[in-house]
Design a protein around this ligand. Sequence first.
Ligand SMILES: Nc1ncnc2c1ncn2[C@@H]1O[C@H](COP(=O)(O)OP(=O)(O)OP(=O)(O)O)[C@@H](O)[C@H]1O
Ligand SMILES: [Mg+2]
Length: 325
Amino acid sequence: MPDVAEAIGRLQGRRIAVMGDFILERTQCGRPEQVSREAPVLVLRHESESSMAGGAGRLACLLAGLGAEVLPLGAVGADAAGDQLLELVAQISPHCEGLLKVRSRETAVQTRFLAGDIGVRKQQVLRIDRGDAHPLDDASAARLLAEAQRCAGDVAGWVFVEGGYGLLSRALIEGVRGVAQGFCFADAGERARDFAGISHLALNSREAARQLGLPRLTEAAAAARQLRTELGLQGLLLTRGSAGMLAVCGDQLCELEAIGGEQVVDPSGAGDAVSLGATVGLASGWSWADTARLANLAASVAIMQQGPARCGAEELRAAAREAGW
Ligand SMILES: Nc1ncnc2c1ncn2[C@@H]1O[C@H](COP(=O)(O)OP(=O)(O)OP(=O)(O)O)[C@@H](O)[C@H]1O
Ligand SMILES: [Mg+2]
């Protein structure tokens, strides 16, 4: 197994473009005080609130946390949430010219309400999403593509994050593909087919089943092979929750068991960690099988933490040591 510390070392200062749906994630915490007399709902006493970048913004933050020079490419609305999201991303990247403020768009905001008494782990009781899924207007899409083209010569690798808000049009993906010199990896969500022709892609079992028009994925290996071929990819990663993941590259298929499944604290955020590990492996020129092992390792770090993935260099190095690499 190649050296994880060396891969992180090689990432330092390398430019990685992250394009996709940037989301503002807000969390409101409170302790339950009473049942409302207006309706059968809990009334919470407000305790704290916090905000962080989600979607493509989360991956941008994770990559910057490992030392990459991140180039964020996306859009926010001309609203207060957009200003806040821009500020959060500007904290991790000095190159935010490609994170456009667009009047015709509402910033994507996901607000989670967590409830729990003092000393008890708070649990999510409600989530409210704002911002509709629609493509960028033509002028903004042209600006975004121009920005991508302007920077392409300095970009070592491209990462697409499909978050369900419609920013990544086929034309944008194609435009980037035309100028990309390094790898192009997509966390494809429900839109794997729109990324046909890029180099590498990850999706989960549910998403793969839908792409194939199946109610459930029963033959995962065959599905992974079929999708890799149909989409013309070099490598495909099919993630399967607690069942681990499958990596396909050419005729080779490699099955990886999940690490640390007995110690799961919170599996949400595992997908972001998979994208992080895959990006680090690809940026280091690792084989797809070794890149998948790193993605699997990063996922194991994420599932042992509460809330969004924190997957820093120290956590990854420690996990690699523990896995005997
Ligand atoms: N319950 C679990 N136990 C062990 N490993 C897990 C578990 N859930 C996820 N993982 C690890 O994380 C990887 C990605 O998880 P999953 O397939 O659920 O992706 P996802 O649905 O894209 O995640 P997300 O909800 O974060 O978008 C898996 O391939 C596995 O390595
Ligand atoms: Mg996912």
